[in-house]
Design a protein around this ligand. Structure first.
Ligand SMILES: Cc1cc2nc3c(=O)[nH]c(=O)nc-3n(C[C@H](O)[C@H](O)[C@H](O)COP(=O)(O)O)c2cc1C
Length: 143
């Protein structure tokens, strides 16, 4: 399995989360075709990936109005028709519907979104491990 990671990050948490997930997938024998910014996506890494992982951070008023930061940048990602994708976000308090919103946006690029994971910024290691383990579990059904 080959995974491409596309990330939007302001203070580094989501980038770190992506690195941790990528490392865990590699430990499980996967390849990582690239880790790039949503606003400057590595197109080749997307092309050769079996699974595209898209991550951003939760933006809102902490108790209301939460959503994915950079929604318009996510909506401008290249078309991913026929690709499998998974979404993830980091958050401080409560991601609310951030993952659902991301799923809608990435599905709008034509990808088949197989799931998602919201990671508490204080538990990135543990959450990345769990997310990667879930992806490894479903991988046989993806190819
Ligand atoms: C302007 C701003 C708004 C935020 N709003 C929320 C929010 O509504 N809910 C929440 O759980 N976290 C919120 N956060 C916290 C970020 O989602 C969290 O710190 C995230 O890990 C940042 O990711 P990054 O380091 O990749 O930029 C907010 C952060 C900022 C800077």
């Amino acid at each position: 399995m080959e995974a491409a990671l596309l990330v939007e990050s302001l203070t580094g948490n989501t980038w770190k989360a992506a690195e941790l997930v990528g490392a865990k997938l590699q430990e499980a024998g996967w390849g990582v075709s690239g880790l790039s910014r949503v606003r400057e996506p590595d197109l080749r890494s997307i092309q050769i990936a079996d699974l595209v992982l898209v991550g951003t951070w939760t933006h809102g008023l902490f108790v209301v109005g939460q959503g994915p930061w950079g929604a318009s940048a996510l909506a401008n990602l290249p078309a991913m028709r026929g690709k499998k994708a998974a979404v993830f976000c980091t958050f401080a308090l409560n991601p609310a519907k951030t993952l659902d919103k991301m799923t809608g946006i990435i599905a709008g690029r034509g990808a088949d979104v197989i799931g998602g994971f919201a990671m508490n910024r204080r538990h990135l290691d543990r959450n990345a491990e769990e997310f990667a383990a879930r992806l490894v579990d479903v991988a046989p059904a993806l190819v």
